[in-house]
Design a protein around this ligand. Sequence first.
Ligand code: 6R9
Length: 656
Amino acid sequence: MSSIDSVLKENRLFPPSDDFRVKANVSGMEGYNALCEQANGDYEGFWANLGRELVSWNKPFTKVLNDSNAPFFKWFEDGKLNISYNCIDRHLDARGDKTAIIFEADDGKSEHVSYRQLHARVCQFANGLKLLGVTKGDRVVVYMPHTVEAVVAMQACARIGAIHSVVFGGFSAGALRDRIQDAQAKIVITANEGFRGGKPVPLKATVDEAVAMEGSESIEKVIVLRRLENSSAAFNDARDVWWHELVEGQPTQCEPEWVDAEHPLFILYTSGSTGKPKGIQHSTGGYLLGALTTMKWVFDYREGDIYWCTADVGWITGHSYVAYGPLAIGATQVVFEGVPTFPDAGRFWQMIEKHKVTTFYTAPTAIRSLIKLGGDLPKQYDLSSLRLLGTVGEPINPEAWIWYHEVVGGGRCPIVDTWWQTETGANMIAPLPGAVATKPGSCTLPIPGIIADIVDEAGAPVEPGKGGFLVVRKPWPSMVRTIWNDPERFKKTYFPEDFNGQLYLAGDSAHFDENGYIWIMGRVDDVLNVSGHRLGTMEIESALVANPLVAEAAVVGKPHEIKGESVCAFVVLKGARPEGDDAKRIAKELREWVAHEIGKIAMPDEIRFGDNLPKTRSGKIMRRLLRDIAKGQEITQDTSTLENPAILEQLAKSAI
Ligand code: 6R9
């Protein structure tokens, strides 16, 4: 818990400069407090006003919040809109020739796409989807490299009312199949290859493997972008369709499908503490409002900004802050296909200089790895265009925060540490940069209209300094609507009976400091946060146990300097416990197995073999003890309920 201790001692305060404050969309604490008062006074009226101001409706809503079937809340339910219209068409008159996307490929080539060009590309692809028989409500899986076409694919689905389910290109065929099957998707959109760090990523080959598996029968067509001229990827004439052939000759106009505000915009799978990943289902209207409100308040968007969020569209951050938010507000944004370390650790800084980025949003894990690889590198580039920095995905340690602030931000850029989740749709707790003074390591205060709190097991508010469960007291527009196909799990997970079904339970622990600032301490469930990516320990355990050699497995997180957390697996084999070179060989095999079953991001850094696992008399694996062993710590905790105490000593010596 050393990182939490150091966070606790952190009390440096960084107020916005006068210049930043004066120009900001929400100026000073007066501005912030005024918005909070409006929300407290008339919660629905507050969101309704924002909904009218920021979203373009085809049919205006008259109802705001419907909580008659809580926790299945509805927002703006009688309004009709199209999110692609909001992201593109509505800008065409005033900003048609403005650059919407500056795309930089892995190899450094860049391309500017104007709003008008984006409109034509989205319309043509939407028409292509229609030609393949995709209609409103159909599910379409997007398994793409992080390119303009990924955004086009998502926007085109939204334009015709199809529901996209983006699967990160690092996931394995098995993980892809699970998502295809759960959503009963009709189409997969992919590329023959992706590019990351100078190397091709065989996306199409993985799709072929996934679609051939049992459970993928719903897939009718696979659309393939020719990202690489000469790829060895197979092409099945009966099932596969080239992207360029599909759009050729298609009209550059496509009337948007006007959908109800509650129409599902997308499903995005995320890890939970038990079972398979959950299909988080988002709405159209409320989701869009969340993205727009935070673009305006948290990212303090102004005309002329060059916005760059480095997240891949495979994650929620790439949905809200690449595919939708920046376009909805009419920004110019950078979309980057590659990785921060290729060709070297100066890539981000070089790109900020090249594209004159004003607003830069990335993850603490990237910051930590770049500090390690070249803490002085930013100084070689002109980063004077930057005015605002952001982080997301995990708590940022104060040392990394200070480096980001000084070396990247030149001491002049506020840092917005944004706490939110796949389920929340948009930033929830984050400083409004022209108002709230920041503290390194704290995500500070809820954004106006978000009623966050920290409570104990009984649901009672905790005192400052005391850890508790992070909850949200009132429904908000961009919240998850349900878990696809599993409304019961939705209710149980997020609105548990322990809190009378009244509070949204985020799954994080947190505490308030004496100024009411919120400090996130980590997950309270069995979810790991590896490089800002959520992984369920159960998922990895299930993958390990599926290997014919493995009898039992327990997975825990271990603090990691760069990744935040790394995966440590304790494994019991069906045969004898392996030692020496045998242990090394089997550990390697199992790591590759997990990469194949789930994806490289889930690969254990460490595998330890034992004759057994520490269990309670009732047979429960005592993961807290395993966490201590993984950290190399002596076990000082209570082991009286342990059935087989001798196993601890064996596991403590089991590092290979
Ligand atoms: C947006 C995103 C959500 C989990 C969340 C929490 C952690 C995200 C954070 C943060 C501390 C921040 N998290 N942002 N922890 N400070 N600024 O990351 O969504 O992938 O669903 O992960 O990530 O633990 O519960 P998602």
